[in-house]
Design a protein around this ligand. Structure first.
Ligand code: HEC
Length: 123
């Protein structure tokens, strides 16, 4: 009786090993991009998902643009847009303020819109 029980238990174990072994094949498919972790002095740096900010051309209004337009989202929201006419950029800046409450006063909003027209304006 005891021996029969042991054999059944062994069969169950082998079955489990077989099932889990088969699944391990697909693990590679879920690999993340290589992450880096480094310790410099006492500071720990983690670069999990490298996200280099897009480069924007130098022009008047760049400082205002860089400090306000990246508060809530990546500057890629702007760099990935096509070139727009002035009225579209004006509307876009206004929308960020009116709809999403971007804390930008009217002087800076004008500078930013002018910057966007200069560097990503549709000629
Ligand atoms: C207070 C937060 C906030 C600030 C500051 C902000 N945005 Fe946005 N922006 C948003 C939100 C929210 C969305 C919509 C996000 C989404 O749909 O995924 C958005 C989306 C956008 C888009 C995508 C197109 C669209 O209209 O949805 C552009 C372009 C954009 N923002 C430009 C700007 C510019 C230029 C500035 C600087 C003047 C700016 N944003 C500042 C919150 C902000």
């Amino acid at each position: 009786m005891n021996r029969k029980y042991t054999i059944i238990l062994l069969a169950i174990c082998l079955n489990m090993a077989y099932i889990t072994g088969c699944n391990s094949k697909s693990v590679d498919a879920y690999k993340q991009p290589p992450n880096t972790f480094s310790i410099t002095g006492s500071v720990r740096e983690m670069n999990l998902y490298p996200d280099a900010p897009p480069a924007f051309p130098e022009h008047e209004g760049k400082a205002e643009f860089m400090s306000y337009c990246g508060i809530c989202h990546s500057l890629k929201y702007i760099s990935s847009q096509p070139d727009f006419p002035a009225k579209t950029w004006d509307a876009e800046v206004t929308k960020m303020i009116a709809k999403y409450h971007a804390p930008i006063d009217s002087v800076n909003a004008k500078k930013i819109a002018a910057y966007l027209v200069a560097v990503k304006g549709k000629k």
